[in-house]
Design a protein around this ligand. Structure first.
Ligand SMILES: [Zn+2]
Length: 484
């Protein structure tokens, strides 16, 4: 534990516990104050402290406060050392979240957040727009929008960190504290090549960054990127951005790549917003859709999504009429929203998925069995094959399949019950009954003279039981064999 600092608000001691992160300007530590972490700067800068004071006095409204969610790690109070010098600040700690890169990148998403489908991505985009709107409403500019600065939790609720890099304007004195940093791919054309430390930005610049973030979420890649159709090598990404070359700009020398998800798969209103931002806004930045505009169209887009009948993890625009992700999988062999593993699903879905998986596993095992060495009667073989080739109209898992009781000797029976084909089973039962009656009748006819009525009844029941027992034993042996 590091030395204690003093919180300037409460005058209480704050101890640093473990280091969470480190950058060029400071370190972030967890503290002994529940839910709060501290940023400690490497060096003292007077204007930075004044900026923090303005931020602490004028926090934006948190659009997700009602959900018990913290949407931005906003500075809460300054921290001073033993000598009274300001060394950093306290802010809420964002827990159980992943970086935006793990959300929009299909490969990373598969590992980190499987099951985070297009509905979640739309919702994340919508929530980022709503947070950005609240920030702009309060007069701030995010400035350094980048995937590393946006964390997302499993409810698709984002949180913006590194808020002390925001551009801050004092509401009364109008003094501006700039955002001196920017990230490649997120800098609007009019700011390219400028010294950000002295440029006063507006929310219009953030509108471009927001559109790039939303594009990343919905399409998994940057907009100013694609297959170069001009002469020579493709220019640098920033040059493409400067030229306004994105795949859907008129006269663009960038065309969609083979794996590019087409713009037309999103809701037409969302598509229009992208065109408005990247094409119209390229020459007239004030025409870029605002955060509020994005919030509205994304709400409409989310309402217009529907779930695929084949893959539960596929959400697509219902007005397309069919699942785009299934089409894409068929054409390209790529599925960016593969069905999630059962362990990654909510528990009711997990049970159903586990049962289905178990059935499929047994089916595979039975199908892979060698032929039995003792030739079984044809009707038993047919029955066994019917277990292996369960028809598609199978009525669903037997209730016993989910039963977690005995795991030992009763397991094969349990699995057999879970996989039994009811129609084939009925046929077999009928066959066994007919054979039993036939044998019984034969015996009765043969020994009619010597047997009384009770003897006949006993014989019929006995033969029936015997046949049934033999059949069960054969099946049991077969199932025991497939277990090994
Ligand atoms: Zn689908």
């Amino acid at each position: 534990m590091r030395q204690a600092f003093i919180c300037t608000n409460t005058r209480q001691a704050v101890n640093l516990v473990t280091e969470i992160g480190r950058s060029g300007e400071g370190e972030v530590w967890s503290t002994d104050r529940p839910g709060l972490c501290a940023k400690i700067y490497h060096a003292y800068k007077a204007d930075r402290i004044r900026k923090l004071e303005v931020m602490i006095a004028h926090p934006p409204r948190d659009p997700n406060a009602h959900l018990n969610h913290i949407s931005f790690a906003w500075p809460q109070s300054l921290l001073q050392d033993r000598h009274g010098a300001i060394v950093g600040f306290l802010m809420p700690q964002i827990n159980a979240s992943v970086q935006l890169l793990d959300v929009y990148n299909p490969q990373r998403r598969r590992k980190v957040l499987p099951g985070f489908n297009w509905l979640y991505l739309h919702t994340t985009a919508m929530n980022i727009a709503s947070i950005m709107w609240a920030i702009h409403e309060a007069g701030y500019v995010v400035g350094d929008v980048k995937p590393q600065n946006i964390l997302v939790d499993n409810r698709a609720l984002p949180a913006i960190i590194d808020t002390d890099s925001f551009q801050v304007r004092h509401p009364e004195t109008h003094e501006v504290f700039t955002c001196p940093v920017g990230s490649e791919g997120f800098t609007p054309v009019e700011l390219l090549g400028q010294n950000l430390a002295i440029v006063e930005q507006t929310e219009v610049h953030d509108r471009f960054r927001l559109a790039v973030i939303i594009y990343l979420l919905l399409f998994g890649d940057f907009p100013f990127k694609g297959r170069w159709c001009g002469e020579g090598d493709s220019p640098e990404p920033n040059e493409l951005l400067r030229l306004g070359y994105w795949p859907y700009a008129p006269n663009s020398l960038i065309q969609p790549g083979p794996l590019t998800i087409p713009l037309s798969v999103v809701h037409p209103a969302v598509e229009q917003c992208f065109r408005q931002c990247f094409t119209v806004g390229h020459t007239d930045p004030s025409q870029r859709p605002t955060a509020q505009d994005w919030l509205k169209v994304l709400q409409v887009a989310v309402a217009g999504l529907t779930v695929c009948r084949r893959v539960r993890n596929h959400y697509y625009r219902a007005s397309l009429g069919k699942c785009y992700w299934c089409d894409r999988k068929a054409k390209l062999g790529v599925d960016v929203f593969p069905a999630a593993h059962p362990s990654q699903l909510a528990w009711p879905l997990r049970i159903v998925a586990t049962m289905r998986q178990q059935q499929k596993r047994i089916q595979r095992q039975v199908a892979a069995l060698p032929r039995p060495q003792i030739p079984l009667p044809a009707w038993v073989q047919t029955g066994l094959r019917s277990i292996a080739n369960r028809p598609a109209s199978f009525p669903g898992p037997h209730p016993l399949a989910g039963w977690q009781g005995f795991q030992g000797g009763i397991q094969p029976l349990r699995q057999w019950l879970a996989n039994i084909d009811y129609r084939q089973g009925l046929k077999q039962l009928g066959l066994v009954t007919v054979i039993t009656i036939a044998i019984g009748m034969g015996l009765v006819l043969l020994s009619r003279s010597q047997m009384n009525r009770e003897d006949i009844q006993l014989t019929v029941v006995g033969v029936g039981l015997l046949v049934g027992l033999v059949m069960v034993c054969l099946l049991w042996l077969r199932l025991l064999k497939q277990q090994n």
